[in-house]
Design a binder for this molecule. Structure first.
Ligand code: C2E
Ligand code: CA
Ligand code: CA
Ligand code: CA
Length: 276
């Protein structure tokens, strides 16, 4: 028995060692990716149901890995958060999006990007954004920063201070993935938010289930009562789109409209016809 246990312990150690070696290797690759800017942004349009136009898009990061090809955020954002490398990634995304703001002005386009919980605790992020703003003060008007409710609630006082500073610079703030956490909208109203993005989990199946539809309806109404623009995310099917349209949502995002895609494809498919 002792020998068997010992063998198991050794096997376990070897597995753990292999796993941490893989993790360390990935951290090294991620650092190189930041230095070499091996990232790109994909654009997912949002349909404005008031005007029936596309004048907004969310940018979503991809890692263009030299050997493994395009890696979705699910494959590296968590590691980037654990190691603090997300701070550099967020700055890269901010620089890209900020660089696109003259184009946004011409195309009448607004862009949303994601901030992580770690960014909300970053003491230097506000100064970084102030520097961007100083270079082109009108740029911030075209950018929405998305934060999840759980990120905002992790350290609410610090988040409030940062978000207030960012809102003063002219950035819009959106609550992302709403409906996946436990905080109340009333509490989230303490933050300078202008948009509520209702998570796919509340939309999914709302066409088939009366109870889900009631929850969705009251969430949309509550958002409107609080003066927020309301977006539903993850709309995939015609029937789901019909439900959210009838419930009076302002913006729709999801595969029903379009998957995220590289900028040039996004422009040809969704912006041609917008003024340029
Ligand atoms: P998110 O911010 O909630 O972004 C929406 C995600 O849902 C995207 O996945 C998008 O491709 C996917 N999606 C959109 N429409 C549909 C639909 O109709 N059905 C389904 N099943 N999915 C849909 P993606 O691009 O893989 O991003 C995943 C998450 O990674 C994002 O969730 C966000 O939390 C994070 N992320 C993406 N880009 C960045 C970034 O630049 N910075 C940070 N910090 N996080 C990012
Ligand atoms: Ca988002
Ligand atoms: Ca979301
Ligand atoms: Ca999400």
């Amino acid at each position: 028995v002792a020998v068997k246990t010992r063998r198991r312990v050794i096997e376990f150690d070897q597995r753990m060692a292999a796993r941490s070696a893989a993790r360390i290797a990935l951290i090294g690759e991620l650092k190189a990716a930041i230095a070499d800017e091996q990232f790109c942004l994909h654009f997912q349009p949002k349909l404005n149901l008031r005007t029936n136009n596309i004048n907004q898009a969310e940018v979503l990061i991809r890692w263009n890995h030299p050997e493994r090809g395009l890696i979705a955020p699910g494959g590296f954002i968590e590691l980037a958060e654990q190691t603090g490398l997300i701070r550099d990634i967020t700055r890269w995304v901010l620089l890209q999006v900020y660089g696109l703001t003259p184009l946004c002005l011409r195309q009448n386009l607004k862009l949303s990007m994601n901030l992580s919980a770690i960014d909300l605790e970053d003491p230097d992020l506000l100064q970084f954004c102030k520097n961007l703003h100083r270079g082109r003060p009108e740029g911030t008007r075209h950018i929405t920063l998305e934060i999840t409710e759980s990120a905002a609630m992790k350290n609410p006082d610090q988040a409030l201070e940062l978000l207030t500073g960012l809102a003063e610079l002219g950035f819009q703030i959106a609550i992302d993935d709403y409906g996946t956490g436990y905080s109340s909208l009333a509490y989230l109203r303490r933050f300078p938010v202008t948009e509520l993005k209702i998570d796919r989990s509340l939309v999914q199946g709302a066409d088939l289930d009366a109870d889900s539809q009631i929850i969705l309806e009251s969430t949309i109404q509550m958002g409107h009562t609080m003066g927020l623009v309301v977006t539903t995310e993850g709309v995939e099917h015609d029937a789901e789109f019909e439900v959210v349209r009838k419930l009076g949502v302002d913006y729709v995002q999801g595969f029903w409209l379009s998957r995220p895609m590289p900028y040039e494809e996004f422009r040809l498919k969704h912006l041609v016809g917008n003024h340029d």
